[in-house]
Design a protein around this ligand. Structure first.
Ligand code: KIV
Length: 285
């Protein structure tokens, strides 16, 4: 049975009925029917909003490094930082599938330690982890699946190893590099990942990969033929203004709204208009 978002809300409020936690098998089913909506998120308050909005997958992305912590590279984010933010997001999420992005230090630096770190993400509430393609990717995927941790792959523009890709640019534009990406996608599927993020590749290549796989693809800068789409939340709401890639659609300008609110607050404080009596406590008579 299908319930609209407002019907879901009514059901939740009146009867305490929720639509239930999104499971890996629900995500895989969307390959045949429906599209996957995934957003990044890094904190409790935003996670509540995304969960209520019915977003299928909340990714605690290592883009945390850039948009929250002000770092230049995603590979600079620490395991502890990612773990703390994953815990906060998981606390607020009752329906969406929570995927923790494994930071560079937790699997690329020493692939043998990947299980230790991935287990910690699961302990704080993640349902799965995401890893970017790199030379020891097959070893890492096998090790994680062996202990029962679901894995999402990530190919194309993989920011953790961007220095090996010639910088932040579209990948797979020529035949040779396109074939590499097709092979990586097939390898990940045969290893057992449940979905693959395709980042910054031509839409024709994303379509080809999507058609060749039985598991869903989730695109970011990979055109409309993927089985789902992901965006960085702070791009979607216009909070992060430093880089604005062509593939981003800004649905709200929260940056401007927050700035306007801060300016109004400043004026009210300086003009002694805040707080009012209503916003103050009074003594007992
Ligand atoms: O960390 C991130 O934001 C990501 C998305 C780009 C998929 O990995």
């Amino acid at each position: 049975m299908y319930f609209s978002f407002s019907e879901q809300n009514v059901l939740q409020k009146i009867c305490g009925i929720t639509m239930g936690k999104v499971k890996i098998k629900d995500i895989i089913k969307k390959k045949r029917k429906g599209k996957i909506a995934m957003l990044t998120c890094y904190d409790y308050s935003f996670a509540r909003i995304l969960d209520e909005a019915g977003i299928d997958i909340i990714l605690v992305g290592d883009s945390l490094a850039n948009v929250v912590l002000g770092m230049k590279e995603t590979r600079s984010v620490s395991f502890k930082e990612m773990l703390n933010h994953t815990r906060a997001v998981a606390k607020a999420t009752s329906e969406a599938l929570v995927v923790a992005d494994m930071p560079y230090v937790s699997y690329q630096k020493d692939p043998k330690k990947c299980v230790y770190y991935a287990k910690k993400f699961i302990e704080v509430g993640a349902d799965a982890v995401k890893i970017e393609w790199f030379k020891d990717c097959p070893y890492v995927v096998k090790s994680l699946l062996k202990v029962g941790i679901p894995v999402m792959g990530h190919i194309g523009l993989t920011p953790q190893t961007v220095h090996l890709l010639g910088g932040y640019k579209v990948q797979g534009r020529d035949r040779k590099s396109a074939l590499h990406l097709v092979n990586e996608a097939k390898a990940l599927e045969s290893l057992g990942v449940f979905s693959i993020v395709l980042e910054c590749i031509p839409y024709q290549l994303a379509q080809l990969i999507t058609r060749q796989l039985k598991i869903p693809t989730i695109g970011i800068g990979a055109g409309r033929y993927c089985d789902g789409q992901v965006l960085v939340l702070y791009d979607l709401i216009g909070l992060y203004k430093e880089i604005r890639p062509k593939f981003v659609r800004m649905y709200k300008d929260v940056y401007r709204e927050v700035k306007n609110a801060a300016v109004k607050f400043k004026k009210d404080v300086r003009g002694n208009k805040f707080p009012s009596l209503k916003e103050s406590f009074s003594m007992k008579k």
